[in-house]
Design a protein around this ligand. Sequence first.
Ligand SMILES: [Ca+2]
Length: 168
Amino acid sequence: MIKKLIPLVVLTLLAFMLLTSCEQPGATMAMIIGSINIDPYSESEFGGAEFHVVLIGSGTTVNPFTPGSVDAVTPLVKLDGTFPGTGGNLWTTNYMITDVPAGTYFAFVWIDNDGDGTFVRANGDYFGFYDANTLGSGLWFQPDTPNIVVPDVGLVDIDIWCGYEPPN
Ligand SMILES: [Ca+2]
């Protein structure tokens, strides 16, 4: 009798282990964390300034050089935040976006340097695309293909530079 029960017990234990090791659908999603950095040659002070992290997908274009383009885009994911403090030489801050759906994205960040709620490059609003290449003016232009891959579950670290003088 006991010999007959052993396979049943083993099977029950295996089923229990399988059930408890699986994530429940929708219970956990991916998260993007990272930093927003401004070139160190900037003369602006960003404490208290609002920043915006905009995630868009393939087929959507943001052109910071075309007036109205940034404000017209409908992001797949957006985070609005504020640089800490009220002034001073604050060149960086951290950010976090939770519950990001799996997919591939471009990331565009802009900083409302003049505080008018809209993006106008000519008014000194800083901006940058996430790109592996931060040399030259590459961060001003949308990459050819989405360069951020967000899995179903996990952390993605995306550090973004903004400014007129990208770091070398
Ligand atoms: Ca502005």
